[in-house]
Design a protein around this ligand. Structure first.
Ligand code: SF4
Ligand code: SF4
Length: 257
């Protein structure tokens, strides 16, 4: 057990159980929604910008801080208010303004993944959090179900295939141009959509008409297509293919040299 900063951390196995309940009758209600580092996944941003009725560009500009990881991977952190308490911009006296679309980290609290490989969780038991004094008992699966985590896990797992790609294990680093490409295709989805539909993209790449329609209408499909584009463009995977006529032209051009 590790105790620091007024917080105890306990390791929970996948079968582990814990007692916790957060509700608005507790005197600590809302105090945890301040001065906290929340890293947002692309799916978090998609849900939050929709909830706010903003474009991805507006949301990213107003509510996030962009950072760069060691490998050149973009990191997106939720920007707290610049007031004394550094409150989350979405907290209200009645709770989270975007509760139905709150990010993965807020849903999972008080659980944190122990590592990116193992299915174990750490439970951050903050002494100021009265939810731990409640009697409601959960398994990890019950907690995830109650928090609507499944779709987040599915979308985040696809993003993890990018951020944990072999490319990075071989000590490669993204240059600024590639880093921007990844950021646009995964986080700035309205900009990515413009790139797809306001250029000759679908004249060049062989994508089924049905998929094009879904990408146009549905944010989750657009994000999944963004992941495909990143894997094709950055890692050379066969997640997309050129149209035959374009491919032939590329071959002819290569033969001339
Ligand atoms: S119970 Fe914990 S999570 Fe819920 S409002 Fe209080 S401090 Fe926050
Ligand atoms: S997004 Fe909602 S749940 Fe998460 S810190 Fe902000 S107010 Fe709290």
């Amino acid at each position: 057990m590790n105790e620091e900063y007024g917080e105890k951390r306990l390791m929970l196995s996948p079968e582990g159980e814990f007692k916790f309940l957060c509700h608005n009758e507790l005197s600590c209600f809302n105090v945890c929604c301040a001065d906290v580092n929340i890293f947002l996944t692309p799916y978090d941003v998609l849900r939050m910008k929709k909830a706010m009725g903003l474009s991805s560009g507006e949301f990213l500009k107003d509510y996030t801080i962009p950072l760069l990881g060691d490998e050149g991977l973009p990191l997106v952190v939720l920007k707290m208010r610049e007031d004394e308490n550094k409150q989350c911009p979405f907290v209200t006296p009645c709770g989270c303004e975007i509760y139905e679309d709150r990010p993965w980290a807020c849903r999972m609290y008080p659980l944190f993944p122990a590592s990116s490989e193992k299915e174990e969780f750490l439970m951050g038991k903050k002494l100021s959090c009265l939810g731990f004094k409640e009697e409601k008992q959960w398994t990890i699966d019950e907690w995830k179900k109650a928090q609507g985590i499944e779709i987040y896990d599915i979308m985040n797992e696809s993003y993890k295939e990018i951020t944990h790609h072999d490319y990075f294990l071989k000590a490669n680093k993204l240059d600024p141009g590639r880093s921007k490409l990844l950021y646009t295709a995964c986080y700035d989805l309205d900009e990515f959509k413009k790139f797809l539909f306001e250029t000759r993209f679908f004249d060049i790449y062989d994508v089924e008409r049905e998929i094009i329609e879904r990408v146009k209408e549905d944010g989750e499909e657009l994000l999944s297509f963004g992941y495909r584009w990143v894997r094709f463009n950055l890692f050379g995977e066969d997640t997309l293919r050129l149209k035959d006529k374009v491919f032939d032209k590329v071959l002819q051009a290569k033969r001339k040299f």
